[in-house]
Design a protein around this ligand. Structure first.
Ligand SMILES: N=c1c2ncn([C@@H]3O[C@H](COP(=O)(O)OP(=O)(O)OP(=O)(O)O)[C@@H](O)[C@H]3O)c2ncn1[C@@H]1O[C@H](COP(=O)(O)O)[C@@H](O)[C@H]1O
Length: 114
């Protein structure tokens, strides 16, 4: 099941983007937005994820599908930067999603550790 997910175009695109993001660690903040984010630290990266999430929510509530798509792309990019900053890879997240497949969200929440 995990191999099927990895061959998905979105998963492949996210993997390539993640590799680009990792390659920007230590790059010049003057020429790379990603390097600039890394240089500003975890709190700034986390703040950007929150801002982009709010912007996506606003566009969803406005009913603007094009802007929602654009803000969603911003959100995914900044979330990948947050993962890279934390030492998480997309495969770590896919593993969590795969483990939940076929389990009702209501059932999964009941089994979460406090
Ligand atoms: N997907 C993205 C992407 N999405 C959004 N952004 C940038 O995110 C920034 C968001 O602007 P904001 O004003 O919200 O944020 P900010 O400039 O940090 O401003 P403040 O919050 O500090 O006020 C813009 O500069 C966008 O260009 C991205 N920057 C890079 N990528 C990808 O990352 C790759 C590497 O980019 P660089 O690291 O810049 O080479 C690119 O080729 C893209 O594939």
């Amino acid at each position: 099941m995990a191999a099927k997910t990895k061959s998905d175009p979105l998963a492949s695109l996210l993997k390539d983007l993640y590799a680009t993001i990792l390659a920007r660690k230590g790059a010049d903040p003057e020429t790379s937005h990603t390097a600039r984010l890394f240089s500003r630290g975890t709190a700034k990266i986390a703040q950007k994820v929150g801002e982009e999430a709010v912007e996506a929510v606003i566009e969803a509530m406005r009913g603007d599908r094009d802007k929602l798509a654009s803000e969603s792309a911003d959100l995914l990019y900044h979330l990948l930067v947050l993962w890279a900053d934390a030492g998480l890879t997309p495969d770590d997240i896919y593993a969590v999603l795969a483990a939940r497949q076929g389990i009702s969200g209501i059932e999964e929440k009941k089994n979460r550790k406090a």
